[in-house]
Design a protein around this ligand. Structure first.
Ligand SMILES: [Fe+2]
Ligand SMILES: [Fe+2]
Length: 392
């Protein structure tokens, strides 16, 4: 990416960061080549990246334009979804039953929330910033609270998207299943919020890029775009992130919480694959399919490159290193690399399975190093047990 620091180095730090953020936003928008995809993502990009609508301390209203689809004959129309519905009913759990009496000290070196090596302190030191042992633990605590805050914001998006998708989906069995997902996502909001509020006592604002993705799928009237955005892309991102943190954390309450959430999320992605496989491969024109294929690629890139924890940067390093330096530190960090690997090893096979990874788009995935995940198992072949056991 274009490094603005040489041009802006004589300006105050806050202004340097602003200019870097604008350049990054324009770069994101300019990198989208397909005009239809830009039409779908562009307005959300302006609201999220330039206007920072998620960060004004006031509630955000997003207009929804989808059609609620009723069927007064109540058909049994999708056995795989009916089976997911049965499993989801059996898989319900109560957030109150987690071991909330566990005492959590975010700075305890014996029970780290995330491993020391999640961020590379050497990379930070090379920029002339030396952190002592306590500062390192505090920075790790900030990173963990930042991640969990983004999970919480993502879960709020998932809750509303699941409700919209339940209205809009054409399968009746899908509506019944959808009702369980709404409950699941409500519970996820509850437990992440409770953990942040009572254990970490810290909440970060929503990351602008996450805002863009949520805004884009909430305001798109097409049901399959909501499904693709939420059930495949955001759920895939969530599963990657939860799994990485589950594997890495030593804090027992957080580990248990994540384990329960991961089991729900595995069903959610499975539902997305199930609903879209048939639709994308049989009911769309080739042009419509291509548009979705391009959209998914752009969003995958957004998810790969742009979760740079700038909210932590502003708190810790603004004025001490440039925003571009921070971006490099985060991008190269071991923790983020693990996260990307887990996320894409789940996401890419799902895109293949629903018909959005045709030979036409493969070279672009190849170019950004994502084709190596092509042969993995898609969500409909993965059980929650297998998912969890892979992480040990
Ligand atoms: Fe969730
Ligand atoms: Fe979910």
């Amino acid at each position: 990416m274009f490094d603005t620091s040489r041009l802006t180095r004589f300006l105050p730090p806050r202004m340097q960061s602003q200019i870097d953020a604008y350049f990054e936003a324009f770069e994101v928008l300019l990198s989208v080549k397909d005009p239809k995809v830009l039409g779908a993502l562009g307005p959300s990009g302006v609201r999220g990246l330039l206007l920072h609508r998620g960060k004004q301390g006031t509630p955000t209203d997003m207009p929804a334009t989808h059609a609620a689809h009723f069927d007064w004959t109540y058909p049994s129309d999708q056995p795989e979804m009916a089976d997911l519905y049965r499993r989801a009913k059996l898989g319900q759990w109560n957030g109150d039953d987690l071991p909330w009496n566990t005492s959590v000290d975010p700075l305890d070196p014996e029970i780290p929330l995330i491993p020391e090596e999640f961020l590379s302190f050497e990379d930070i030191e090379e920029l002339g910033i030396k952190l002592d042992a306590l500062e390192r633990r505090k920075l790790s605590y900030s990173m963990c609270a930042w991640m969990l805050s983004q999970f919480l914001h993502g879960e709020q998006g998932a809750l509303f998207a699941a409700a919209q998708v339940t209205e809009a989906v054409q399968f009746f069995d899908g509506k019944l299943y959808g009702a369980t997902q709404v409950m699941d996502e409500g519970r996820h909001v509850e437990v992440f919020n409770r953990y942040l509020d009572t254990k970490l006592e810290k909440l970060y604002q929503i990351n602008d890029n996450l805002f863009v993705i949520i805004d884009s799928l909430m305001t798109d009237g097409r049901w399959d775009m909501k499904f693709l955005g939420m059930q495949i892309m955001v759920e895939g991102l969530a599963l990657g992130a939860f799994s990485t943190l589950y594997k890495q954390t030593k804090e027992p309450l957080l580990k248990e919480l994540l384990k329960m959430v991961i089991q729900d999320e595995a069903r959610h992605v499975h539902y997305g694959v199930c609903a879209l496989r048939e639709h994308f491969t049989k009911h769309l024109t080739e042009r419509e399919r291509q548009e979705r294929e391009d959209w998914a690629f752009e969003v995958a890139l957004l998810m790969r490159n742009r979760f740079a924890a700038y909210e932590v940067y502003e708190e810790w390093f603004e004025g001490r290193m440039t925003r571009a330096d921070w971006r490099n530190v985060v991008y190269r960090s071991k923790g983020m690399e693990d996260f990307r690997t887990v996320m894409f090893s789940r996401l890419v096979p799902n895109l293949r399975e629903i018909g959005l990874l045709s030979p036409r788009i493969m070279p672009r995935y190849e170019e950004v190093g994502l084709m190596r995940y092509f042969g993995g198992l898609a969500a409909d072949q993965l059980t929650a047990e297998k998912l969890l056991s892979d992480l040990h």
